[in-house]
Ligand binder design. Structure first.
Ligand code: GSH
Length: 216
């Protein structure tokens, strides 16, 4: 019986929850999933029982709470004997740089193209800030694919890494809002969208009965 429990928000909206969920599943780590419905009167009291930061995602391993998506990904990688990061040091450093860049940046993308896993054909005005974020992600993905595309479908080749997990919500956003991408970046988006584990999350998001107007 697994001692790991992952508290997440609504699968339709919670981009930060998606990231460690994807990694845990790709690493094959068994965990119990607990969904705390965002934007409800009970959310704050429910999440307070999980984490002092009062946000999802939170991983519990017995009495230990690990909050923040990137910290959870690091912990999961340690549980999996380092899988989740490329083995080769230079590739590992590049994967960490990309994961951290996503975790701390791309504000325009995050605010203007909110994740909505079940939404299609949404179109918004393109701002210079949003265009710059999309262009930077396109360049990063394209560079990864040029370096590692021969080894497999993921950013660093055959193994799914934290970098792929960190960009999973971006893959959904690019699908929802119809981002114009270069051929290598579009190929990565399409491969990531075809991932059965991500499809499972999208199917669950589509089945959720809740809508949060402020996130729509
Ligand atoms: N930096 C955090 C961000 C977590 C976060 O903002 N989570 C959102 C849901 S996606 C949340 O809990 N929002 C609830 C609230 O702010 O009340 C991480 O990487 O996990």
């Amino acid at each position: 019986m697994s001692t790991l429990k992952l508290a997440i928000g609504n699968k339709n909206y919670s981009s930060w929850s998606l990231r460690p969920w994807m990694l845990l599943r790709h690493l094959g780590l068994a965990f119990e999933e607990v969904l705390l419905q965002l934007d409800t009167p009970q959310f704050k009291s429910q999440v307070a029982a999980w984490s002092p930061a009062a946000r999802v995602p939170v991983l519990r391993d017995g009495d230990l709470a690990i909050w923040d998506s990137l910290a959870i990904c690091e912990y999961a990688s340690e549980l999996a004997a380092g899988r989740g990061w490329p083995r080769e040091p230079a590739a590992r450093a590049r994967a960490r740089s990309l994961a951290c860049e996503m975790h701390s940046g791309f504000q325009a993308l995050r605010s203007q193209w909110g994740m909505n896993a079940r939404a299609h054909n949404r179109r918004t005005a393109m701002t210079p800030e949003l265009a710059a974020d999309v262009a930077r992600i396109d360049a990063a993905w394209s560079q990864c694919r040029a370096a590692c595309g021969a080894q497999g479908p993921w950013l660093f080749g055959s193994e799914y890494t934290v970098a792929d997990a960190m960009f999973a919500p971006v893959v959904l956003r690019f699908m929802t809002y119809g981002a114009t991408l270069s051929a290598p970046a579009a190929a990565y988006r399409d491969a990531a969208l075809a991932d059965p584990i991500l499809r499972e999350w999208i199917t669950a998001a589509e089945a959720e009965p809740w809508t949060i107007p402020g996130y729509e």
